[in-house]
Design a protein around this ligand. Structure first.
Ligand SMILES: [Mg+2]
Length: 117
């Protein structure tokens, strides 16, 4: 379990993005379209790693990295997705955790699942 709350992570993520010691990139320096492109770019990188993992699953040659190296890379790429998704949501003016809880609860109610957050 991470010692950080989501809010702490999100605040640090934005601070690094905008800080003169960080990326020097104001959140509103990109449109939501720009942030979405960055997010989907990272998702594409993750998809490419999964494609390579599928080669191991299916016995198809062509990989230059071991299966473990690819699993480690996938973890990092999905982390990249999360970092950009958080910035995208902040640029849109909301917190991704709040949005996720909202839709999680709505779906639980819809399917009759007893737990809401
Ligand atoms: Mg990446």
């Amino acid at each position: 379990m991470s010692p950080l709350s989501f809010e702490e992570f999100s605040n640090a993520n934005r601070e690094r993005c905008e800080s003169p010691q960080g990326f020097k990139h104001p959140l509103n320096g990109w449109s939501s379209s720009d942030w979405m492109t960055a997010t989907v770019g990272e998702l594409g990188e993750a998809a490419n790693v999964i494609k390579k993992l599928n080669r191991y699953r299916d016995g198809v040659p062509g990989n230059k990295q071991s299966e473990q190296e690819l699993r480690d890379q996938l973890r990092k790429e999905l982390g990249d997705v999360f970092v950009y998704l958080d910035l995208l949501c902040q640029s849109c003016g909301f917190n991704i955790a709040d949005a996720a809880i909202e839709v999680f609860n709505a779906k639980s109610v819809e399917i009759g699942y007893p737990k809401v957050l």
